[in-house]
Write a protein that binds this ligand. Structure first.
Ligand SMILES: Cc1cc2nc3c(=O)[nH]c(=O)nc-3n(C[C@H](O)[C@H](O)[C@H](O)COP(=O)(O)OP(=O)(O)OC[C@H]3O[C@@H](n4cnc5c(N)ncnc54)[C@H](O)[C@@H]3O)c2cc1C
Ligand code: SF4
Length: 347
């Protein structure tokens, strides 16, 4: 028997290009080991690392899902294939939902954002180091194998909403803004179409960390719908990371405020980089309503959001970092500061 070289064999797969939405859905229903591919910026990396091994790729890039349209309710409907760049720079999005533009532009690089699709961004997988390393245990990659991160190098991992089976975080910036905007995800599949509120789209790991979302394997994301309220005046996306660009969030905070006569009428706050899904605590937001926008109030809100937060050794610093980031983001949003996309972590 020859010695292993450590090189993994190339794995073959079929490739088809879907003609229309019905074709894409029936193709995936036929093949239980198929995956849709859009921009490919996450899936191809996962395939190269042998983390994902689809037997068939269904290319959806020809589907007519690249429009951004007005809705009757005064919002916008964004096709699942709209590139992240086009979405961020759309004039209506920049004017009515600048929080969304800011969050997208805080992510990845210009080249990646040109390729990355809106639907793919929702479904990008965690950046937990052990998920990508097939030589280590990972319940998300291989259910029942254990979790290498709990006692490993967990600097980027969760402080909230984790389970003993998985402490991964969802890495998206866009989704944190969508949580504040209370977007709806429209999907279709062999059993028909449905609308999923963004708060129910991603899930906590519980005892099934292999499932990132409540989307069925054979469902296709068609569009994301934004309601009319976009917090165009008092918003912020604050992303704390190790490098000024091209780095995932250690902690990020999206805030949308509605101020009325010197008091907070409405406050929405979502955190990224801290949990398996964008983290929102409506009870904490309620503490701000009717109050003056002051640091003391923001501190109470931050404490309520971070209630129960726990680190795992390397990421313990995130608890205080997140608390301070929430206070700072609320101050920026109150001041109407257009944006801060370049905050470097000093930890
Ligand atoms: C080096 C690097 C840095 C990055 N930095 C950041 C960052 O800082 N912040 C951030 O938010 N993101 C970051 N990203 C992630 C990037 O935003 C995602 O890879 C991208 O959004 C995925 O979109 P895609 O169209 O390329 O998806 P793909 O790779 O094509 O697909 C991803 C997954 O989504 C599924 N899928 C795609 N479209 C649909 C659909 N319509 N319906 C159903 N399933 C679908 C695919 O089957 C696959 O499972 C980074 C990526 C890289 C490579
Ligand atoms: S935290 Fe989750 S993704 Fe990371 S090693 Fe553990 S099970 Fe895998």
């Amino acid at each position: 028997m020859g010695r292993s070289t450590g090189v993994q064999p190339m794995i073959g797969f079929d490739y088809v290009k879907a003609r229309d939405v019905n074709d894409a859905v029936s193709e995936i229903a036929r093949n239980p080991n198929a995956s849709f591919i859009a921009g490919g910026t996450n899936l191809i990396d996962l395939m190269k690392e042998h983390v994902a091994q689809p037997r068939q790729l269904i290319d959806i890039t020809d589907l007519p899902l690249i429009q951004i349209e007005e809705t009757a309710a005064g919002g916008l409907r964004i096709g699942a294939l709209v590139p992240n760049s086009d979405l961020a720079y759309d004039e209506r999005v920049g004017r009515r939902y600048p929080l969304l533009s800011s969050a997208i532009l805080a992510g990845a690089s210009a080249q990646l954002r040109n390729m990355a699709s809106t639907g793919g961004n929702l479904l990008q997988r965690t950046r937990c180091l052990y998920f990508y390393d097939t030589a280590t245990a990972c319940n998300k990659r291989q259910p029942g194998s254990g979790c290498g991160a709990v006692e490993g190098f967990n600097r980027m991992n969760a402080i909230l909403g984790w389970s003993e089976h998985c402490i991964a975080v969802h890495p998206s910036d866009m989704c944190v803004a969508l949580a504040v905007l209370e977007a709806t995800v429209h999907v279709t599949g062999p059993r028909g179409s449905r609308a999923i509120p963004i708060s129910e789209f991603h899930r906590l790991p519980g005892d099934a960390p292999e499932k990132d979302t409540n989307l069925a394997r054979d469902e296709l994301i068609i569009a994301i719908e934004l309601p009319a309220a976009g917090f165009p005046r008092n918003y912020t996306y604050l992303k704390i990371r190790d490098r000024l660009s091209y780095a995932f969030a250690l902690v990020s905070v999206a805030v949308g405020l509605e101020l009325d006569g010197g008091a907070i009428k409405d406050a929405r706050i979502a955190l990224g980089g801290v949990a398996h899904k964008p983290w929102r605590i409506p009870g904490a937001e309620a503490l701000a309503r009717g109050e003056s926008p002051h640091r003391k109030v923001f501190g109470k809100v931050a404490d309520a959001i971070l209630d129960g937060a726990v680190g795992f050794g390397h990421n313990g610093f995130k608890v205080e970092l997140a608390r301070r980031a929430v206070v700072r983001a609320l101050e920026q949003a109150t001041a109407g500061t257009p944006q801060s996309q370049s905050v470097k972590a000093i930890v």
